[in-house]
Write a new protein. Structure first.
Length: 265
């Protein structure tokens, strides 16, 4: 498949042939599975204090008192005395099945399976229907995937990068990302009030200032091709993220991905 290469003025200067990775069968089931497994690698173990709810003098009274044989706080003449404690299901008792920090929350996936999922997600960036189903706003005259000359990597100012994105017709896409409702209540108090959507992903082979230029544009992510992963290509486990490739990034897709594509073919 041949696609046009655009310059910074959004004008077509030549055509290139896409590598075989873009012909990989689209596997949404594999992409979703790989995403959530890799997502667990960033989770932090958490658990309660093992002694929570157990720091008490409570002991059972035994039989012959006409009351249940649960452990009761020792003492007399104060509110807590005689109350059940130290067990689950009572006031101020321990949790029944609390989360434990030793629980293994990171899941594993086969290397070839993960790499094939990345190849499938790369192929999804060239399918207009899949990209639009994710909610991206793209003009009808724009052919996917979007390939740009390496001059894009030399952009050092946010305004220049934003102007380029608008020139290729992604003005509505940038507006879509920032038009999010601010959540209130507990989410806002805990720093989760603002939720920014996922916009265009820019894949480069070399950083000559563009990463610094793009970090202040909401929803835009910039990643080097050798660090490309399923979390960038398929946020939320759904493939088809709107992706802009530089010409050199297309040529430098990792060999590990190419080898898996050959095996799958």
């Amino acid at each position: 498949m041949r696609v046009p290469v655009l310059n910074l003025e959004a004008k077509r200067i030549k055509d290139i042939t896409l590598p075989k990775e873009f012909s990989t069968p689209y596997r949404p089931d594999l992409i979703n599975r790989a995403f959530w497994i890799v997502f667990t690698h960033s989770l932090q173990p958490k658990g309660t204090d093992p002694m929570a709810g157990k720091r008490t003098s409570a002991e059972s009274w035994g039989v012959g008192h006409g009351v249940a044989r649960v452990a009761r706080v020792k003492g007399s003449r104060y509110p807590r005395a005689g109350q059940a404690a130290g067990i689950a299901g009572v006031v101020k008792g321990r949790a029944t099945h609390p989360p434990k920090s030793e629980k293994r929350i990171q899941k594993e996936i086969n290397k070839k399976e993960r790499r094939l999922a990345i190849a499938s997600a790369i192929a999804a960036t060239a399918i207009s229907k899949v990209v639009e189903e994710r909610g991206h706003k793209i003009p009808k005259n724009l052919k996917l995937p979007i390939v740009v000359t390496d001059e894009l990597q030399k952009i050092k100012k946010t305004k220049e990068l934003k102007d380029f994105l608008e020139k290729i017709g992604l003005e509505e896409e940038l507006k879509r990302v920032i038009s999010r409702k601010i959540r209130t209540g507990t989410a806002r108090r805990r720093g989760r009030g603002k939720k920014v959507g996922k916009g265009p992903l820019i894949v480069i082979s070399r950083d000559e200032g563009i990463i610094r230029a793009g970090r202040n544009i909401p929803g835009v992510d910039i990643v080097k091709v050798e660090k490309l992963n399923i979390l960038d290509l398929a946020p939320g486990g759904k493939g088809g993220r709107l992706t802009i490739w530089t010409e050199s990034a297309i040529r430098n897709i990792p060999d590990t991905i190419k080898e898996v594509v050959k095996i799958a073919a």
